[in-house]
Design a protein around this ligand. Structure first.
Ligand code: NAD
Length: 911
């Protein structure tokens, strides 16, 4: 049995609503309103017939044995090269073997069906075992022409062979006649169309039935033997009429995808066939016809194997994953039909060195890198020396295909300066699972949707066009996959490269693990430890700190030891000085040093009280103050304080320790306010771990389970740039993490605020005073006074904004100070003038200076940046319904003055 063994499809992501063509060009060609329904597919600016063919072929070959393919036919009338084997580029991009028969089928709209008949004949003759037939077209039409509406871009691919056949080939029939419904001269980019009525009546309506009837006669079948009739015809009424003339009932006629895609030229019979196969049941019989200077017809019967085809995109997949735009000029620009000034940078030479292209053909066209045969590390590009520092094997790389390896985004940028048809140019580092990374251009995405950690798929795209020499250069780009994050473990790695951390009491217990983990993730660490006894007594010892430094160095990390006590101001200063001397800065401080002197209060002599407060509370003050001064200079800092359940909740015999530990929470509450505007964040951790401090407190089995390593991840996260928290308390132990907070009950009012309530009044209202339901946290002491003042304030309390409440321009500016992100405003000194037009017209200016923000109604005399918008667009922008970049590029948002500073707005305000 011979026939189709696999299928694949590709429709570009972009759709243009046909109505937008009319809206832009209806003034000139009012008649196009008649066909302005639905949408058509169109290529991104870096796509063409060849890139679409690669995409459809990859879809078709998914899960198949590529090495068995021994012929590849590429069918299109819009191939990028008139004299260079385009199928040869396709073969290289797909990494098919060299001993392959490759051919271009072109110059007629039925080239796709002709190639398919040829492929089937080759397999039947036994000359070839597996032939890949791929058709793709991206046809241009003149502006405001019916054909601009009717055409679409797309590709389809079929694998033909003799085993695992999903649709058995039962026969074909062809008529050829030089019927010129349209033609494209070899020096023209547009089709010349003859009169439609004649094309319909003499062409489609006669030639297709002639070929179908010929097939019926040849195979002695009739329309009763056809379950699905597949034939393109963009004249809607004619499509139905021809089917009727052939005796096909409407349910047999496959949709020509006019409403959702448009006609994809050479590819269209195959696009429709793939669409039919996607839903086909075993036993179904499909008749396909391809029209163009005659007509090809082919007859298939679907087999049981159709159910075994591996999951693929086909035509249904890309039809669903679409992005519809109304921006007609963008459509023209993407098709290079609109001349725009691209700037001097665009004039950089683009000549392709054929020598390099030949030498590196598998890398450039096939995205083939290397894999070390000794250690298995993949790398891109392939080089003579293995990139693995542990291996470094020489000339041990074998070819390794990256195109289908899962990858994710490690970093990215949107570059408005780089030359791009669709600015900003988005590019970044992509990391392949299992190893290998490179800086890739991103495509088919909007900057606002791209995220670090997001999955990407590799896509073969046009990288540049050398118009002077008529050459298109291709390479692979990354397509971010919406909503697809890399799994845990391969997501963005949090690192501390270049940062300097001080960890006090790092010679043992929790501190040691913090220091080691920070160093493993790239931080340079000051390992401080006095090395004293558990209660802080004795002379101290250098060895705990020295040992941890040695451990870090053994891991190739950087660290210095410090032996000062945190308990004195001089000690605190000396610890910070050690960091500056060794590494020049301080980014992270973990106040961890601790001692215990447990006694009940009566037995607690002043020296035991003071010794504990000196290390924990005063110690944190001593080191933090010196470090804070340095962090403020750098406008960056992360500070950790170590509290304890004993302080947060109480523990018998630990009044000194509990007081010190809760004192640290008060210290944090205020320090976070002072650090906020300098981008210094301070948080507190209450660990639970088996260490010297807890060995005689915890039962042995629990001591074993409470491993110190379980606390470190939370502490390190709070030390990272990624951490946005400030002024929070977290419990951590054994892998259980939660937040603790000081909350305040809603309370009650007794009296009118002029008369002092009596003790009896208090007694009477005790439950109302005491309860915590509806308790809330306050960001600072002033805010905590709010409910008290409000309780006696005669003014109406402002109703909270209801979800979905209508936003007004005035309301937005009134609430803007609440949306201000003071921690993002370090060093910012700007005035943003907003001029809003429309029914809610008005002017406001926002002054951001010294970490504060002020909103004033009116116009500023010298704003840094002026932003002009219509009221409705402004509200949409704030509500998150309008993307700032697209508002700017579509002219809805106009910017005068310092354009770069305007980019701060998104950072400074989170509405
Ligand atoms: P640990 O005794 O193993 O480590 C504390 C380290 O601090 C010791 O190496 C010690 O030499 C050092 N140190 C003591 N006084 C110092 C000083 N004046 N200057 C410099 N270094 C000094 O104890 P751990 O359990 O790892 O404790 C770390 C922190 O966690 C402490 O603040 C402790 O109160 C807190 N904590 C621990 C637990 C727990 O379950 N282990 C619970 C709550 C709070």
């Amino acid at each position: 049995m011979i026939g189709i063994t696999s299928y694949g499809g590709y429709i570009p992501r972009l759709r243009l609503s046909r109505m937008s063509i009319f809206q832009n060009m209806g003034w000139f060609a009012p008649a196009i309103i008649m066909v302005a329904q639905g949408e058509r597919s169109f290529c991104n600016w870096d796509e063409d017939s060849l890139t679409m063919a690669v995409a459809a072929s990859r879809d078709c070959l998914g899960g198949m044995n590529k090495s068995a393919v021994d012929a590849v036919y590429l069918c299109s009338t819009t191939l990028p090269f008139a004299d260079r084997l385009n199928a040869g580029i396709l073969k290289t991009a797909l990494n098919l073997k060299d001993e392959i028969h490759a051919a271009d089928f072109t110059s007629t709209a039925r080239a796709g069906t002709t190639a398919l008949i040829n492929a089937l004949s080759m397999v039947r003759s036994g000359d070839r075992k597996q032939v890949l037939v791929t058709a793709a077209d991206k046809r241009l039409a003149k502006t405001a022409y019916f054909y601009e509406m009717w055409f679409g871009d797309g590709a389809a691919s079929l694998l033909v062979g003799e085993s695992d056949v999903i649709a058995e080939f039962l026969g074909s029939y062809t008529v050829t006649s030089d019927f010129v419904d349209h033609y494209r001269g070899s020096d023209s980019q547009y089709d010349y169309m003859w009169e439609e009525r004649w094309v319909r009546d003499e062409g489609y309506s006669k030639i297709i039935p002639e070929a179908v009837t010929g097939l019926f006669n040849k195979l002695s079948i009739s329309m009763h033997d056809v379950d699905k009739l597949v034939f393109p015809c963009f004249f809607k009424a004619e499509h139905g009429k021809i089917a009727k003339k052939l005796g096909a009932t409407p349910e047999k006629v496959m949709d020509n995808l006019h409403e959702v895609c448009g006609e994809t030229g050479t590819a269209h019979p195959l696009v429709m066939l793939v669409h039919a196969l996607e839903d086909a049941n075993p036993g179904e019989r499909i008749l396909v016809a391809g029209f163009g200077q005659g007509c090809d017809t082919l007859y298939f019967q679907v087999t049981e194997a159709v159910k075994e085809v591996p999951a693929r995109q086909g035509i249904k997949g890309p039809l669903e994953k679409k992005k519809t735009i109304e921006n007609y000029p963008k459509f023209l620009k993407f098709r290079d039909l609109l001349q725009t000034e691209m700037g001097i940078r665009a004039e950089a030479p683009t000549q392709t060195a054929m020598t390099v292209l030949w030498r590196k053909r598998d890398m450039l066209l096939g995205l083939v890198g290397g894999k070390c045969t000794e250690c298995g590390t993949p790398q891109f590009p392939r080089m003579d020396i293995c990139i693995n520092p542990e291996c470094r094997a020489i000339k041990a790389q074998e070819p390794y295909e990256f195109a289908d390896v899962p990858a994710y985004i490690k970093s990215f940028t949107g570059d408005l300066l780089a030359v791009s048809v669709d600015p900003p140019a988005i590019y970044g580092m992509i990391q392949f699972d299992g190893g290998g990374r490179f800086m890739a251009d991103f495509t088919d995405c909007e900057l606002s949707d791209v995220r670090v950690g997001q999955r990407v798929a590799m896509s073969f795209r046009r990288r540049y066009t050398d118009k002077e020499r008529g050459f298109s250069g291709y390479f692979w780009k990354a397509v971010p996959l919406p909503g697809d994050e890399a799994e845990a473990g391969v997501a963005e790695e949090i690192r501390f490269d270049g940062q300097v951390a001080i960890v006090t009491g790092a010679g043992a217990g929790l501190g040691r693990v913090y220091a080691l983990e920070l160093a493993k993730r790239g931080a340079k660490v000051v390992v401080n430890d006095l090395g004293g006894a558990r209660d802080g007594s004795g002379e101290g010892s250098r060895s705990p700190a020295d040992q941890v430094v040695e451990e870090i160095k053994a891991l190739d990390g950087e660290a210095v030891a410090n032996y000062d006590s945190v308990a004195t101001a001089e000690g605190g200063q000396a610890i910070v000085d050690a960091a500056i001397k060794a590494f020049g800065r301080v980014d992270i401080l973990i106040n961890n040093a601790g001692v215990l002197r447990d006694k009940t209060l009566v037995k607690m002599e002043p020296e035991n009280w003071e010794a504990v407060l000196d290390v924990h509370l005063k110690g944190a003050y001593n080191v933090t103050r010196s470090a804070f001064i340095k962090m403020r200079e750098n406008r960056y800092g992360r500070i950790i304080l170590t509290t304890s359940a004993a302080g947060l909740y109480g523990n018998f015999g630990q009044t000194n320790y509990s007081a010190a530990k809760m004192g640290l929470v008060g210290f944090m509450n205020t320090l976070r306010l002072e650090g906020e505007k300098h981008n210094i964040k301070v948080n507190t951790v209450a660990p639970a771990a088996g260490t010297r401090l807890t060995e005689d407190v915890l039962p042995p089995d629990l001591f074993e389970k409470l491993k110190v390593e379980f606390v470190a991840p939370l502490v390190l996260y709070l030390c990272s740039e990624q951490c946005e928290e400030n002024g929070m308390i977290f419990n951590a132990g054994m892998g259980y993490f939660n937040r603790a907070a000081i909350v305040t009950g809603p309370g009650t009012v007794i009296g009118d605020g002029t008369q002092v309530p009596t003790l009896e009044d208090i007694h009477k209202h005790w439950d109302a005073i005491n309860h915590l339901s509806g308790a809330q946290e306050f960001p600072n002491a002033t805010a905590a006074f709010g409910p008290m003042l409000d309780a006696f304030s005669p003014k109406e309390k402002e109703a909270p904004a209801e979800a979905g409440a209508k936003l007004t321009v005035k309301g937005i500016f009134a609430r803007l100070p609440d949306a201000f992100q003071a921690d993002k405003a370090a060093g910012v000194d700007v005035v943003f003038q907003w001029d809003i037009s429309g029914a809610e017209a008005g002017s406001w200016y926002i002054t951001v200076k010294d970490g504060a923000c002020e909103v004033t109604e009116g116009s500023h005399s010298g704003p840094t940046t002026t932003i002009k918008m219509a009221d409705r667009d402004f509200v949409k922008l704030i509500a998150g319904e309008l993307d700032a970049m697209s508002a700017f590029t579509t002219g809805k948002l106009k910017i005068e003055g310092d354009l770069m500073k305007s980019q701060l707005i998104e950072k400074l305000f989170r509405y």
